[in-house]
Each structure stands twice: as C-alpha cells, then as structure tokens.
Design a binder for this molecule. Structure first.
Ligand code: PMP
Length: 398
C-alpha cells in the first residue's frame, strides 16, 4: 500500500526538491536559534521586528486572559469578538477603505475573495509570478484563468483584448512579488484596467508595513491612494501576527461576509492574534523609525549585494539600473543560483557560518531559477549585512 508515496519522495530527493523542517528553539527577530545553534535570521517576514515587540506581546497576552486562546466558533456563530471588529476598523483606516474583513490567514483571504467574486462567465487575469494562494484561488473559482508575463504590460493588454467578451474581468497582482522582491507596475495596470473596464486587486502581503512613506502599501508608494478596487493583506508578516484581510468598499465586505466560504466555514482568528495585529498597527504609527531603519537596510543591501561579483545565473528581473547598480525597493533580495542542489549547498554553507538564508526551489519558483531569498528587517545591523555580503562573496566567487 502507498508505494507510490515512496516513489514520489525518492523522486523529490533525486532532483534536490525534497523539503524538511528545521526546528526553531528560540527566536528574537534578528536572531534565531535552531536546534540550539544561534544564527542571524535572513529569512523571516517579520520585517519590522514587531512579532517580538513588547507591546505586541503584552496585547496578545491580555487578550488571551480576557477571551481565552481559541475563538471557539466561526465569526458568524460565536467567534466574533470586539477585538476582531476593532482590528477591522483599524485596517480599513490604514488602507484608506470603508471597511475590512479579517480571515484566518492571508492564504484563506485570497481563496475567499477570488472564489466569491468570480464565476463561470468571468475571467481572472494574473501575473505569472503571483503567489500560490492566488493560483489556488483561481483553481477554486469557476472563472477562466488568463496569465500574463511577469510585469509585462503588453502581455496584460493582449489578454484584456482577448477576453473582451466575458462578463467581468478581475486583474490580480502581488504588490511586492514574494520571491523576487520587485514591485507591480501599479499606475500602468490601473490605466489598462480603466481602459478595458476590469476590476483590480492587489495582494499586499509583503507591502503592508514595508512600502510607502507610512508603510501603507503600494498605492501609497505610487501616490494612488483609493484607486484599487480590492486590497488583500496579511497580518503575518510586517504586522508580526497571524491572519489575512480584505479591505474595500462596504458592499464588497458585506458580500464576502455572506459569500466567502473560506471566511464562513472556519473558526475565527484567535482574539490574541487580533490584539497583536492591532498593537502592531499602533506601533507602526508611533515608531516610524522602524520603517526608516528598514529603508536604510534596503539601501545598504543594494550597495553591498550590488557590488558582489557572483557566479550565478543572471537574474531575469529588472533589478539593476542602466548603470548596473542594484535598485531593489523592497526588503526581499533574491540571488538566483539556478541549480537546486547548488542552491541548497550554499544555503547550508551559510548556515554553518551562522546565517540563516533559505533556499527557494521549484515549484515555488520556475524551473532553473532556484535561489537564495534574503529578507531584511529593521532589526539587522550594518555589520550583519556586511558579514553576510562577504560570506556570499567567498562562497559564490565570480
Ligand atoms: N500572498 C503572498 C504574496 C504571500 O507571500 C503569502 C505568504 N507567503 C500569502 C499571500 C499568504 O499569507 P499567509 O501566510 O498569511 O497565509
């Protein structure tokens, strides 16, 4: 019985695609301890260090004492607490929208909104490098799926022209692409959406808290506040908590409360997760220096990593200016090595030197584009980045 599983696992091992856990024994944000070994953590999405902020931890503890840990039921039964509602108000204000709805994870928020809003006669139009949760949402929806080339506006326009006959069209893009760290060309996407009468949605999982002068996301970054129809975000990255959300017009949220199956048929987020996210949003406002420090680290990484001469596959992404300097605007820096096993080896060598940098392999990224994915946080120091850069230069010499 189940011999096919042995074969499939063996095939993963043979192709360098087998995945296994590392056991975290302690974590303080900048530092992580794995099986007792202390490392600098360069692969967490805790971009502003808020998962470890004393006010965030205290808010979660207080909520647990007041409400218990589990919510005990779905939001529409007895799981809807005052904290869920307060958080939704705060998220709506942060994203400049009428209302917001919190889901148990960002993954479930994408599944819920996309499958609730689209049906048989519709077309969903996505960037080729959108997150897996968007792709899975499209699989769940009965709508037709059309994929355009990564950040390619001519390809998007061709799809819009081709799909003119369907009832409605929904364009969905990551704001910051999770494995490449580049930004969606939002101004151009919005003008194409207007020209072809399409609904727009952005996934702000990595953009919330990290981009725009106040960390409000890609609309704020491009000075286009209020222009996108549907905003999706997660509480699990810069906000240091757990959960996902959709923000938009009140009627959109009302519709989701009634139709989004991944919202209706699951237990509400623990009240402590709501309290933690609320506190994190307050800290983002009260301590703008965190965002500033993150920005400084992004600038420093552009210089340090941009100056490295590495023997790696040339990135296909337009992350370098005409003069050759690195111009990443997000905290995500991929180093595309190409070969799966070589990528794993370099990640392991970095680990031995005290740096935790994850190796990302297919199917998370396209075949032949295995990479190290370095994520920066506000908590890293200049020395942390300098040491990482010099180790990379030694381990992947030109
Ligand atoms: N969208 C993107 C772009 C993501 O990177 C992620 C998380 N990796 C999600 C959605 C899902 O969010 P969550 O982890 O809260 O389920």
């Amino acid at each position: 019985m189940l011999e096919f599983i042995d074969q499939e696992l063996e095939a993963l091992k043979q192709t360098g695609l087998y995945r296994s856990f590392k056991t975290v024994t302690n974590s303080t944000g900048r530092l992580i301890e794995i099986d007792g070994k202390k490392l600098l953590n360069f692969c967490s999405n805790n971009y502003l260090g808020l998962a470890n902020h004393p006010l965030v931890i205290a808010a979660a503890n207080t909520a647990t004492s007041e409400f218990g840990f589990g919510a005990g039921a779905s939001r529409l039964i007895s799981g809807n607490t005052l904290l869920h509602e307060k958080l939704e108000k705060k998220l709506a204000a942060f994203k400049g929208r009428e209302e917001a709805l919190v889901f148990s994870t960002g993954y479930l928020a994408n599944l819920g909104v996309i499958s609730a809003l689209t049906g048989e006669n519709d077309t969903i139009i996505i960037d080729r490098l959108n997150h897996a949760s968007i792709i899975d949402a499209c699989r769940l929806s009965k709508a037709r799926l059309q994929v355009y080339k990564h950040r390619d506006l001519a390809s998007l326009e061709a799809v819009l022209k081709r799909s003119a006959k369907c009832q409605k069209r929904l364009i969905v893009t990551d704001s910051i692409f999770s494995m490449d760290g580049d930004l969606a060309p939002l101004p151009e996407i919005l003008s194409l959406a207007k020209k072809y009468d399409a609904v727009t949605m952005i996934d702000e999982a990595h953009a919330t808290g990290t981009i725009g002068p106040r960390g409000q996301g890609l609309e704020e970054y491009y000075n286009l506040k209020g222009q996108v129809d549907i905003i999706m975000g997660t509480l699990s990255k810069a906000l240091g908590s757990l959960g996902g959300f959709i923000a938009g017009e009140a009627k959109l949220i009302d519709h989701l409360r009634n139709k989004a199956r991944s919202f209706i048929y699951t237990t509400a987020l623990p009240p402590s997760a709501c309290a933690a996210a609320l506190a994190a949003l307050e800290v983002i406002e009260a301590e703008p220096e965190r965002k500033k420090r993150l920005q400084q680290n992004i600038c420093l990484a552009n210089t340090l990593l941009g100056n490295l001469r590495l023997n790696v596959a040339v990135s296909k992404e337009p992350r370098r200016s005409a003069s050759g300097s690195l111009e990443q605007q997000s905290p995500i820096f991929p180093i595309i090595i190409g070969d799966n096993e070589r990528t794993m080896r370099v990640s392991q060598q970095l680990y031995e030197r005290g740096f935790y940098v994850s190796a990302i392999r297919p199917p998370t990224v396209p075949d032949g584009e295995a990479r190290l994915r370095i994520t920066l946080t506000s908590e890293h120091t200049k020395e942390d980045l300098e040491c990482l850069a010099s180790s990379l230069q030694e381990l992947i010499p030109a």
